[in-house]
Write a protein that binds this ligand. Structure first.
Ligand code: A3P
Length: 344
C-alpha cells in the first residue's frame, strides 16, 4: 500500500517536474522567438486568425506534455490539454520519394501552427490500412490545438493509382505538397536507398547502369521503378483528374538542400500561414553537409544519417541518356505546374 502511494507520488512529481521544465523552456523560447521572428515577406492572412492568436509554443513544452499523455501519466484534463484534438490533415506531402520529403516535413514542423504526423501513415496507398476507415487514420494523427494544421507525408501516395480519388473523398479542398529534385539525381538517390537495404542484408544488387538501361535496346528502361517515379508529369496528370492545379504546391527539393528558408517561405504562403520560420531556425552543419533545425535556444537537430547518403558513381553516358529521356517530361511538368527548374 505504502509502496503504491510512493509510486503514485513519484509519478505526480514526474509530471509536475516535466510541466515546470516545459513551462520554463516555453517562456524562454517564447521571449526568444518573439524577438527574433520577424515577417520576411507579405502573406495573405485573411483565411487565418491574426498571427498573434497562434501561440508560439516551444517544442519541448508540447513534447513533455504529450509524452506524459501518451505514457498515461495523466489525462488531457489533468495536463491542462483539454483543447487538444486529433485532426485529419489539412495538407499532405504526397511525394516524391527521395525528393526531400522528410526534410520538408520536419522543417515545416518548426512553424508554431504546424503539427506533423511523425510516421508515414500509408493510409491511402495501402488497401489494408484504407479498409480500417477514416477514424483509424485520424487516430494516427498527432494531438494538436484546433487552430493548428496537421500535416502528414507518405511519398508512395504520389505514384499509387488509387490515392488521388481516396484523398479527394476525404477532403476535396486539401492542400497537396510535392517536393521534386532533378529527376536523374532522384532516380540515383532512390537506387542508393535500395542498394543500402540490400547491403544491410548482405545481399548483392545490380549496378544502377544495368537497371536503368535496357540491355537489349540500350534505351532507358521505363519498367525500372526508380525511372518511372521520376516521370513527374505522368503521375501529376492522374492527380489532376481530381484536383485543380491550384491545390498543389511544388517544392524545389534541390533548393531545399541549399537554401531551405526560401522554399519554406513559399510553403508558408501556400498554406496561408503567417511567416514564422526564420533564419534562426535553420543552420548549416558543415559536418553533416546539410542544414539542420533549431527549434529554440536549447533544442536543435539534424536529420538522420539515412538522409543525405553518398551516391555511387554512375557512368556519365548513362546519366546523359537519362537526362535526355526525362527532358520532354520535365518540359510538360513545368508547363502544367507553372514552376520552372534548371534541369538539363
Ligand atoms: P540523398 O540521400 O540522396 O542525399 P526523402 O526524405 O524524401 O527520402 O529525401 C531524402 C533526401 O532529402 C536526401 O537525399 C537529401 O539529399 C535530402 N535532404 C534535403 N534536405 C536535407 C537535410 N536538411 N538533411 C538531410 N537530407 C536532406
Amino acid at each position: 500500500m505504502l509502496f503504491k502511494q510512493q509510486a503514485q507520488l513519484r509519478q505526480k512529481l514526474l509530471v509536475l517536474g516535466s510541466l515546470a521544465i516545459g513551462s520554463v523552456l516555453y517562456l524562454v523560447a517564447r521571449v526568444g522567438t518573439l524577438e527574433r521572428l520577424q515577417p520576411v515577406c507579405h502573406v495573405e492572412h485573411s483565411l487565418l486568425p491574426a498571427p498573434e492568436q497562434i501561440p508560439l509554443r516551444s517544442l519541448q513544452f508540447k513534447r513533455a506534455l504529450l509524452h506524459e499523455l501518451r505514457r498515461g501519466n495523466g489525462t488531457k484534463e489533468q495536463l491542462g490539454l483539454q483543447r487538444l484534438v486529433q485532426q485529419l490533415p489539412q495538407a499532405i506531402i504526397i511525394g516524391v520519394r527521395k525528393g526531400g520529403t522528410r526534410a520538408l516535413l520536419e522543417m515545416l514542423n518548426l512553424h508554431p501552427a504546424v503539427v506533423k504526423a511523425s510516421q508515414e501513415i500509408h493510409f491511402f496507398d495501402n488497401d489494408k490500412n484504407y479498409a480500417r476507415g477514416i477514424e483509424w487514420y485520424r487516430s494516427k494523427m498527432p494531438f494538436s490545438f484546433p487552430h493548428q494544421i496537421t500535416i502528414e507525408k507518405s511519398p508512395a501516395y504520389f505514384i499509387t493509382d488509387e490515392v488521388p480519388e481516396r484523398i479527394f473523398k476525404m477532403n476535396s479542398s486539401i492542400k497537396l505538397l510535392i517536393i521534386v529534385r532533378e529527376p536523374t539525381t532522384r532516380a540515383v538517390s532512390d537506387y542508393t536507398q535500395v542498394l543500402e537495404g540490400k547491403e544491410r542484408k548482405n545481399k548483392t544488387y545490380h549496378k544502377f547502369e544495368k537497371l536503368a538501361i535496357d540491355s537489349s535496346t540500350f534505351e532507358v528502361n521505363t519498367k525500372y521503378k526508380a525511372v518511372r517515379t521520376s516521370i513527374y508529369t505522368k503521375h501529376l496528370e492522374r492527380w489532376l483528374k481530381f484536383f485543380p492545379v491550384e491545390q498543389f504546391h511544388i517544392v524545389d527539393g534541390d533548393r531545399l538542400i541549399t537554401d531551405p528558408l526560401s522554399e519554406l517561405t513559399l510553403v508558408e504562403q501556400f498554406l496561408h500561414l503567417p511567416p514564422r520560420i526564420s533564419p534562426f531556425n535553420l543552420y548549416f552543419n558543415a559536418t553533416r553537409g546539410f542544414y539542420c533545425l533549431r527549434f529554440n535556444i536549447v533544442f536543435s537537430k539534424c536529420l538522420a544519417g539515412s538522409k543525405g547518403r553518398i551516391h555511387p558513381e554512375v557512368e556519365p553516358s548513362v546519366l546523359t541518356k537519362l537526362q535526355r529521356f526525362f527532358h520532354p517530361f520535365n518540359q510538360k511538368f513545368y508547363q502544367i505546374t507553372g514552376r520552372t527548374f534548371t534541369w538539363p
